[in-house]
Design a protein around this ligand. Structure first.
Ligand code: UDX
Length: 432
């Protein structure tokens, strides 16, 4: 089939390459000329394991290319995926739909009658019904097909999703979509065909649930800190109950990234517009628990520096919001680094992949080319993003470079006994 993908960020670039991998002819579009040039040259403009190989393979096979021209995509295909971002609005909780609305308007100007528009962006409930009016007036159909991919596993999640959800207004749209995803569906992937509002809600409900699970265990971590209990052992014990399970029960610095924080906030804003704000008021507490972990991290660092961070040297390990990603949107690590610097400490940050993005967004922080350099003369080391290279590091690597052997493990991912045995003061969130 001939498909187009509008927007080539984490979602769109992965979706375009994955659809080509399934054997479709794919044309991606983005307004950013340099991004399009890099993608056409086989270069992924962000870090996503496995995506460069997928992109290069499909460019070489002639099934994939990228453009900046809307008339070209209108001409090229009859199924158009909307994969643009829906960030949080400046100064409010609601989602900014400028890019979705802009993409649909641009598409409408070139759309052939009989085409299918497929929304994948995360949007507030009610958006699809609103967009469908103009799309149907142009003789086309709309499907809402939310995406559940995790950064770092984007290729795997796109080619082998847990489920496919389609919000449709008629059977024809569902039939075309089943052809698009035929290969995936043939492997037994569950398919849920539903209405627009349910499809939109599945995505925000899923992200709200995940955020709630993380904040639940982080709330327990707060209790552990006041009772002497150990949240990692608590979580392990809870996880043996199959109804609870162990995933997303990892206590630490909490969630960040381009999805969870802004999606729960946009959900609260939309619920308020709908007059049902009571129903998701608990998400405000989920958000607050999450943000309190960041302050607690700063408190622990301050405690290890005898009550004041002023004049202290702090080595920060990690800038990305999670490992295997260079995404720094709402990164807890950088939030903590900035807060610590504001208290007068000299902070040096190192991350295996997110340095360029971090420098760009937080030019006021100092950056180091390596773990050793970031920790040189440090009074305290903060482990904030659990990259494998930090987890596997032996404490002796840092023994000679730091001023004081103090470490705060913000991700409960280091071997506490090992660090203590090597003479380090080890502190963590939710455990002694
Ligand atoms: C998330 C959803 O998982 C995905 O389905 C959706 O499509 C987009 O949002 P992503 O933002 O890539 O994906 O990251 P995810 O792996 O879910 O992690 C989110 C955040 O939660 C990270 O900051 C991570 O460090 C944190 N986290 C995760 C925890 O603090 N504890 C956990 O147990 C799990």
């Amino acid at each position: 089939m001939k498909l187009t993908v509008i927007g080539t960020g984490y979602l769109g670039a992965t979706h375009a390459a994955a659809m080509a991998e399934l054997g479709h002819d794919v044309l991606g579009i983005d307004v950013d000329i340099s991004k399009v040039a890099r993608l056409n040259a086989g270069e992924v403009p962000f870090f996503e394991p496995g995506l460069p190989e997928l992109l290069q393979r499909n460019l070489a096979a002639g099934r994939l290319r990228f453009t900046t021209s809307y008339p070209e995509i209108g001409e090229f295909g009859e199924v158009h995926f909307i994969c643009v971002g829906t960030p949080q609005k400046q100064g409010e909780f609601a989602a900014d739909l400028t890019y979705v609305d802009g993409a649909v308007q641009a598409l409408l100007a070139v759309l052939k009658a009989g085409s299918l528009v497929v929304g994948k962006s995360t949007v507030p409930a009610g958006t699809a019904a609103r967009l469908a009016v103009d799309i149907e007036a142009a003789g086309a159909d709309l499907v809402w097909n939310p995406e559940f991919l995790r950064e770092g596993f984007a290729v795997e999640d796109t080619l082998r999703p847990d489920r496919i959800v389609m919000g449709v207004a008629d059977d024809r749209a569902a039939k075309v979509m089943s052809e698009v995803y035929q290969q995936i569906l043939e492997t037994g992937t569950p398919l849920i065909v539903t209405d627009f509002a349910t499809a939109e809600l599945v995505k925000v409900a899923a992200n709200s649930f995940l955020a709630t699970k993380i904040s639940f265990i982080n709330a327990m971590a707060e209790i552990c800190e006041h009772t002497g209990a150990d949240v990692t052992q608590l979580a392990a014990a809870l996880s043996h109950d199959e109804r609870i399970g162990g995933k997303f029960l990892h206590a630490g610095l909490g969630f960040g990234g381009g999805c969870l924080p802004k999606d729960i906030r946009a959900f609260m804003a939309r619920a308020e517009e709908l007059g049902v704000d009571q129903a998701v008021k608990f998400l405000k507490e989920i958000d607050a628990i999450n943000m309190r972990r960041r302050s607690r991290m700063v408190d622990l660092a301050r405690e290890l520096c005898n009550g004041s961070l002023a004049g202290m040297r702090v080595g920060v390990l990690g800038a990305a919001f999670k490992p295997n990603s260079d995404d720094i949107r709402d990164s807890p690590a950088l939030d903590v680094a900035v807060a610590i610097q504001r208290e007068g400490a000299a902070v040096r940050v190192y991350d295996p992949q997110a340095m360029a993005n971090a420098r760009d967004r937080f030019p006021m922080l100092a950056y180091s080319p390596s773990t050793i350099d970031a920790c040189a003369d440090a009074d305290v080391v903060l482990h904030l993003t659990e990259w494998a290279e930090f987890r596997s590091m032996h404490p002796s690597v840092l023994d000679a470079v730091v001023r004081q052997r103090n470490i705060v493990d913000g991700r409960n991912a280091l071997d506490r006994e090992l660090w203590r045995a090597e003479g380090w003061v080890y502190r963590a969130l939710g455990r002694q």
